[in-house]
Design a protein around this ligand. Structure first.
Ligand code: G6P
Length: 614
């Protein structure tokens, strides 16, 4: 999704902005631009379709001297990805320049009204409507720009994070947010602005995260001023973000995705650290223990999530139903929010989101809170909107995930869900002490288990060569590994653009088996668990119809070694943690096939890392 970077201070703004925009590339975008205020006080605007690199070429030889600027990467919503629709947008007079993330839903009505006042438009965007609305309001009310911004935003329906600069005002940026992320970095005599604090971590660790309905006046040499849309002063709450720059770099790997796959043993150490005691094997999740009563009395748990986080939630359903005996529902956040769902006061709603910014999941959280449920967050990005909007929660602590296709966040989410189910199961007395300790042991061993699984990478790379040109794939799994099959198929789709479908293995015979022939590879997760024999039968059904089987099997499984066409062996762990193990070869398979096909693995076409529009 769109990304925003801004700077005002004593440095050259342009390089700061370009570096920040590069860091935001992972979000997915199709054009980029920057607005700078030159020495003469004029706003210079440079923007073009394509990558930040294209913008850099475009800027070569131009006068970019300026200590203030705003930059943007656009992910098209209204209007094609082209130069005209790229941000920033000037107001009609050229007095104001604006960048915007989000969608102004009532832009059509506002545009018609502005047209009737003589405004014309250079782009098809909703954002240009907003900048002109601000200008129109300022002109008709003869008020300050800040007042005009607040008045305009009170008329707007939708989501936005905006940044604005004004001709002749080289010290000031105005920023605002509603449902789209916006962090203000605080330096010595300088300010930074970004959709993702991590993108400006080189310069400062001190951040203020704007809340919905807040407008900030960011002025060089002056204290930060934040007000609500009604003009009441808000508290400026500065938070520290601990993060190392190396976490934002590829560390010798050709792609972020491969780096993130290989760092999973370490990210799981970070996820488990301080939560599972190596001595007593006690599991401490303060977010749960501080709210014991809500979990003890929970009549039902509802997961709300999208994409990979939704797949992890399906595993959460198995974990909680098995270990805590609480009924669980797993909802697509986008469906939940518009379905008039029944939410009871004794429900616990768990929102799962890597970015913590997914618009649909955030909306589902707001609905659940409004209806009186207790809302728990499982997020990765510290200080993100969902993390802040929930009553309590647990961070997965896997570090910044840059590759668009989620990998280490998935394994972190499942690991947190396993810890949560163990803590709640123990509290509710639905889990035998012995089982609890066995699973705590398995959790402590999990990073080493994953290290071992990763040894399959060269074999998977070799295997990928055989299937690079397949047009369709089926992924099958049962029980805990049915969601793993869905996730494996999603990985392949996302980055290789090969059609892939994940299914519960036994459902094959109810229709999809009609697709089986020698051209259709089937990836089956068939590790040794309580559904193993059933899965073996499903494999036989496919083989009998000439299908090719790639099986993920447990180490030492000689039966399937003979029956499957290709096997990837993985070590064993507790059955409920198996998805964390079995997803690894599927992440690798998708990665290598995409590389073989020459795809842009880290920034696949049409996708965004953080979907901040609905
Ligand atoms: C986008 C990403 C997916 C991600 C989904 C949910 O579609 O491309 O990788 O799973 O959003 O994101 P979240 O940040 O809420 O987990």
């Amino acid at each position: 999704m769109c990304g925003i970077v801004g700077y005002v201070g004593y440095r050259q703004a342009c390089p700061v902005i370009i570096k920040g925009l590069h860091r935001l590339e992972y979000r997915g975008y199709d054009s980029a631009g920057v607005a700078l205020i030159g020495r003469d006080g004029q706003i210079e605007l440079y923007k073009c379709k394509g990558k930040v690199e294209d913008l850099e070429h475009f800027l070569e030889g131009k006068d970019t001297e300026s200590t203030i600027g705003i930059g943007h990467t656009r992910w098209a919503t209204h209007g094609a990805p082209n130069d005209a629709n790229a941000h920033p947008h000037f107001s009609q007079s050229g007095r104001i320049a604006l960048i915007h993330n989000g969608i102004i839903e009532n832009f059509r009505v506002l545009k018609d009204a502005l047209k009737s006042h003589g405004y014309t438009f250079r782009s098809s965007t909703d954002s240009e409507v907003l900048v002109n609305l601000i200008e129109y309001i300022q002109d008709t009310n003869e008020c300050t720009l800040e007042e005009a911004v607040r008045m305009a935003l009170r008329q707007v329906v939708g989501a936005y994070a905006i940044a604005i600069v004004k001709r002749g005002d080289p010290d000031r940026i105005i920023a605002a947010r509603q449902s789209s992320p916006m962090a203000i970095g605080i330096g010595e005599g300088e300010y930074f602005l970004s959709s993702d604090a991590a993108s400006i971590i080189d310069y400062t660790q001190k951040f203020v995260y704007l809340n919905d309905g807040e407008v900030a006046v960011i002025e060089k040499g002056k204290p930060l001023q934040i007000k609500t849309l009604e003009g009441e002063a808000s508290q400026v709450n500065i938070q520290k973000l601990e993060m190392s720059i190396s976490q934002l770099e590829k560390g010798g790997f050709p792609h972020f995705m491969l780096k993130e796959i290989h760092e999973q043993p370490d990210t799981l150490v970070d996820c488990i650290r301080g939560r599972v005691s190596p001595d007593s094997r006690e599991i401490i999740l303060s977010g749960v223990l501080d709210n014991k009563e809500r979990f003890l009395k929970a009549g039902r748990i509802i997961f709300v999530a999208c994409g990979t986080s939704w797949h992890a939630s399906l595993i959460g359903e198995h974990l909680i139903e098995n270990l805590c005996r609480i009924p669980v529902e797993v909802e697509y956040a986008s469906e939940f929010r518009y379905r008039n769902p029944i939410i009871r006061p004794d429900d616990v709603v768990i929102a799962v989101s890597q970015s913590g910014e997914t618009a649909d999941t955030l909306a589902a959280v707001e609905i659940a809170r409004r209806e009186g449920a207790f809302v728990y967050g499982i997020c990765n990005v510290i200080g993100s909107s969902i993390a802040r909007a929930t009553d309590s929660g647990t961070y997965i602590h896997v570090g910044p995930e840059i590759g668009v296709a989620s990998t280490k966040a998935f394994t972190g989410q499942v690991t947190v869900m396993a810890m949560l189910a163990l803590v709640v199961g123990k509290l509710r007395g639905t889990l035998a002490e012995e089982e609890y300790h066995q699973m705590a042991d398995a959790l402590l061993r999990l990073p080493d288990t994953i290290r071992k699984v990763l040894e399959c990478a060269p074999a998977v790379e070799k295997l990928s060569g055989i299937f690079t040109y397949a047009h369709n794939f089926i992924y099958l799994g049962r029980g805990y590994n049915y969601p793993t099959a869905l996730e494996g198929a999603l990985k392949l789709k996302e980055i290789s653009y090969i059609h892939a479908e994940g299914l519960p293995a036994a459902e094959m015979k109810h229709g999809p088996i009609a697709l089986i022939d020698a051209e259709m590879p089937t990836v089956v997760i068939a590790t040794l668990d309580h559904t193993y024999e059933k899965t073996v039968s499903n494999i036989e059904e496919i083989k009998a119809r000439g299908g090719k089987i790639i099986a993920v099997i447990s180490e030492g499984d000689t039966q399937l070694r003979k029956r499957a066409d290709f096997c990837i062996e993985v070590p064993s762990t507790a059955e409920c943690l198996m998805p964390v193990v079995s997803i690894i070869p599927l992440q690798l398979l998708a990665y290598y096939i995409a590389v073989n096909k020459g795809r842009n693995v880290d920034q696949p076409r049409n996708l965004a890392k953080s979907v901040t529009v609905e």
